[in-house]
Ligand binder design. Sequence first.
Ligand SMILES: Nc1ncnc2c1ncn2[C@@H]1O[C@H](COP(=O)(O)OP(=O)(O)OP(=O)(O)O)[C@@H](O)[C@H]1O
Length: 256
Amino acid sequence: MTETLGGFSWLLHLLDIMLVSVLIYHFLLLLRGGGMALRLLLWLAVAFLVYLGASFIGLESLGWLLDNFFSVSLLIVAIIFQHDIRRALVSLSRDRDRQLSREDDTSELIDELVTAVDSLSARQIGALIVLERGMSLDNFLAVGTDIDAKVTSELITSIFLPYSPIHDGAVIIQGGKLTKAGCFLPLSQNHELGKSLGTRHRAAIGLTEIVDAVVIIVSEETGRIAIAGNGKIHEDIPLATIRKELKRHLTSRRAL
Ligand SMILES: Nc1ncnc2c1ncn2[C@@H]1O[C@H](COP(=O)(O)OP(=O)(O)OP(=O)(O)O)[C@@H](O)[C@H]1O
């Protein structure tokens, strides 16, 4: 094919360089933009078609670039989708036995949580309360103190009192029991989060980017209550809404 187009070799080189530039430009735009998953897949498909065309008409630079690009594309995909891959791997360790079995247990748990959060908020005591749903939280319990007790508002409040030795970090609630306190959660790396969000709030968001847990946050600075799920946070929520949201989250098996 290159021989057939021999007379136009300078044109081919020009076309080759232009296509490489366009590809690099759009790839950089892609890395900056949102809606990553679909756009990346689309671009991989387009790049593959361009690669076939480039090989056919003998565009050497473009062919070389795409050849190398495909070799590292698996790595690129793994890096870009690291959160989704991690979430998928964690979901393999679903532990349905720990789900709350009876509706009464769920409403009793919600009552205790709402009372605790109300009291903490009124006194501006910071708190981070994680509720396990379908996906196991066992991978996040390495650091922390074993508690394994029935959830009561008094227990939660006393853990977060400033002079309590385990007030730092998060408490974990699994299947209606408060299993751990002082747990360290992964911080969110989401650059789009507001700069005003500190590490307590970022830790809540970070965990829910990976698992389907729901996290209640009480701000020490403002006393405001927030709730995080599915990598998103809703701040300054009234108690009635917290109750409604908890009920929705704890009775549904789907991610939020
Ligand atoms: N990765 C983490 N995992 C669990 N708890 C954390 C983590 N990072 C911070 N915390 C908790 O948050 C506290 C610090 O909160 P910080 O003031 O930085 O955050 P914030 O989001 O501004 O919260 P606040 O509104 O309560 O001040 C720590 O003392 C600790 O208890």
